[in-house]
Design a protein around this ligand. Structure first.
Ligand code: ZN
Length: 166
């Protein structure tokens, strides 16, 4: 893992912790306001001091992408059939699962903003999900925030995210 990737991962974790803290302090915040507070908050401005603006935006993109992937599955209702996924305590998805039911409309709006159909590259960050190598089809399950490695089977650096199934 490169120094840069591990630094971005550390910053990503700080953002998630900040998001969780804000939600714990005010559970009535809807998703959209929560997200707005995050980008206007201390953790994000500290992050901008630690790394370049471009890298800070990148970390934010990783987080948005994770949230978007969650929302896409949530909207497809497939997640409700994957109790094992949201049952993992203290993960981003477990926590998102708790708040999404309260503000469906807001989440739907946010999902529109966050639409993402691209590929995942090694060196990028993902919080949770199943990645499949575009070259050999090898699948990797990721259950906590991680830097995406090269494919352990063929060293390919490109992946797609597969919908979670029970
Ligand atoms: Zn592969």
């Amino acid at each position: 893992m490169s120094n840069r990737s591990s630094q971005l991962l550390a910053q990503y974790q700080i953002l998630i912790d900040d998001l969780k803290r804000r939600f714990a302090e005010n559970p009535d915040l809807n998703a959209k306001h929560l997200y707005q507070q995050l980008t206007a908050g201390d953790a994000f401005s500290q992050l901008r001091d630690e790394i370049s603006d471009k890298e800070a935006e990148l970390v934010l993109e990783f987080l948005k992408r994770d949230i978007a992937a969650f929302l896409q599955e949530h909207n497809a209702e497939s997640l409700s059939h994957s109790p094992s996924v949201i049952a993992l305590e203290n993960t981003l998805w477990h926590w998102l699962g708790e708040i999404t039911d309260r503000s469906q409309v807001e989440w739907h709006e946010l999902a529109q903003d966050f639409k993402h159909h691209g590929y995942y590259q090694s060196g990028e960050i993902i919080s949770q999900g199943r990645l499949v190598c575009t070259s050999c089809g090898h699948g990797m399950d990721i259950n906590f925030p991680s830097v995406i490695p090269d494919c352990p089977e063929c060293d390919n650096d490109e992946f797609i995210r597969e919908a979670l199934t029970p």
